[in-house]
Design a protein around this ligand. Structure first.
Ligand SMILES: CC(C)(COP(=O)(O)OP(=O)(O)OC[C@H]1O[C@@H](n2cnc3c(N)ncnc32)[C@H](O)[C@@H]1OP(=O)(O)O)[C@@H](O)C(=O)NCCC(=O)NCCS
Length: 152
């Protein structure tokens, strides 16, 4: 398991944004003005470290009941997003460690359900972690996605 920490300073959050920019904007071609959004200000941000360096990021947003990612959940919903590991560091468990850290934080915050919008290529990754896809495929930032949920 990698070492995952909650971002506790503006500097940490900037490191998370830099990893996201490298992965989503440079590698996947998502426009910068969509990659950073209004939810970032209220999110919990996470960093994954390897050999003491930050190489992965993710965020947790708490959404209101009725959130489209989990419309049937009775209370607020955890929304895991912006999961990214630098290309050269993939395949060593950091993605899984980030998901587990975000889930642990969501439980701490009293949430019972996690939702995420998965790029369709990554659905298998999340299924292995207990998530189930629902609803139709939709476009987000030019990439095909589906909603997935898991009970925490
Ligand atoms: C998705 C992502 C975060 C996974 O990170 P990672 O550090 O490579 O993941 P892990 O090493 O923890 O992978 C764990 C397992 O999932 C598997 N896996 C990784 N990507 C997968 C995929 N797309 N489909 C199915 N399985 C996958 C790995 O092979 C590994 O299996 P193993 O344990 O049998 O070796 C990473 O590929 C990434 O940053 N992609 C670009 C950004 C992105 O698309 N994010 C997701 C947006 S929804």
């Amino acid at each position: 398991m990698g070492d995952v920490r909650l971002a506790r300073s503006a500097q940490d959050v900037a490191l998370a944004y830099a990893i996201r920019a490298e992965v989503f904007v440079v590698e996947q071609g998502v426009p910068t003005d969509l990659e950073l959004d209004d939810l970032d200000g209220d999110a919990d941000h996470f960093l994954a470290y390897a050999h003491g360096r930050p190489v992965g990021a993710a965020r947790l947003v708490v959404e209101r009941p009725g959130f489209p990612g989990a419309p049937d959940a009775p209370g607020p919903v955890g929304h895991l997003g912006r999961l990214a590991v630098r290309r050269g560091m993939r395949g060593s468990g950091l993605g899984v460690a980030l998901v587990r850290a975000v889930e642990a934080r969501a439980r701490q915050r009293g949430l019972a359900v996690m939702a995420l919008s998965a790029q369709t290529y990554a659905i298998g990754f999340y299924e292995r972690l207990g998530y189930t896809a629902h609803g139709p495929e939709f476009d987000d930032a030019g990439l095909p996605h589906r909603w997935m949920t898991a009970t925490l």
